[in-house]
Every structure is written in structure tokens, then in C-alpha cells.
Design a protein around this ligand. Sequence first.
Ligand code: ADP
Length: 204
Amino acid sequence: MIIGVTGGIASGKSTVARAFAALGIPWVDADDVAREVVKPGEPALAEIAARHGRRVLLADGRLDRRALREIVFADEAERRWLESVTHPRIRERLLAHLARLQARGAPYVLLVSPLLFESGQHRLVDRRLVIDVPEALQIVRTAARDDVDEAQARAIVAAQMPRAERLALADDVIDNGGDEQALGAQVAELDRRYRNLAGSPSVP
Ligand code: ADP
């Protein structure tokens, strides 16, 4: 069983993943895998370089993510082309990572993905767990963690999928408007449910 974990910026995805890990549940981070498939030597990077040339490469041959982001931000067709090159490879590698974790005996595994719904990765999972947080708190936590002010944090939140839309797609919801203890209690409860669903009850 694969649980997809998602939420907006600073909603608590990493914190939730660590809480599940403390209960013995491993996770794969979709962002890590998205970076893996465009490393030097990877076919996706070769295709991107063949299309856009040296302007999307750094001097050492790695992908210039900022340059590529500017190209696809300005051109919808280029964004779709890039996704057609990267998404299938990300999907394949995610599934391979998740299968490896399950083969090692995990009762269930997590796919942590900021863009679970937007990328179509929700189709790879059995349940969708949304971490929900009031926007005001999300903005405060973003500004406290990242090097941005509250106005910038607000703009990032506004550019993401609206809270209500994400919630409407959820099978399960964690309310991360409280403290870390409240978060831990919700994770423990979900872990019990997921183990039961996966047919592997927790040790009493
Ligand atoms: P994400 O991975 O979704 O971007 P994080 O797990 O990194 O979010 O959490 C964002 C920030 O908010 C981090 O600095 C984290 O320590 C903090 N945080 C997360 N949950 C809570 C909570 N319940 N109470 C206080 N701070 C929290």
C-alpha cells in the first residue's frame, strides 16, 4: 500500500514524514527523484540539452535549473515538452524506489510529493493524505524557515493549488494547525489505520 502525502509549502510534509519514519514507515521524496532524473549522465538531461543547448547547462555540465525554469515559465509548450521528458522517468523511478522499500518488509510506504495532484502522481498511490494548515500559519512558517518575507511567502502560497481544492481530493487529512505533539498524535492514529488497512496490525 502506498500513501501519497501532500500539502502546500511549509504545511509540514517533512515533519510528518519524519513522524511516520519514527514509527518504522519509510518514504520516498518526489522532489529528490525529480532531481535524480536530470543528473549528468541521465537520458532526460541529454534530451533537455539537445533541445535547449548550453544555455540550460552550468559550466560543470549540471542542469541550470534556474535557466530552464525561466524558459518553461515563459512558454507553456516548452513546459509540456519538459514534462513529457521528465514525468515518465520520475514515475518509473518512484515506483522502483517504493517497490524496493516494500520488498524490505515495510507494512506500507509513503510517497511525499508537493505536487501530488498537479503532477498526476496521485494515480500512483492507494490513498491521498493531505496536510492542512490555515494559510496565515503557513505564511508565518514559510517566512520563519525560508529566506523570504511574509509578502513573498504569501505570493508563493497564492500561486499553489488552493487549500479547498486540495482538501476536496483528500482521502485522509492531517490538521497541522496545532503543535508538534498534536501532529504526532494524528500520525500515530493514521499509522494504526494504515497498518490495519495493509493487513499488518501494529504491535499492541
Ligand atoms: P514542508 O515539508 O511541507 O515544506 P516542514 O515539515 O518543513 O513543511 O514544516 C515547515 C516548517 O514548519 C518547519 O520549520 C517545521 O519545523 C515547522 N512546523 C511544522 N509543523 C509544525 C507544528 N505543528 N508546530 C510548529 N512548527 C511546525
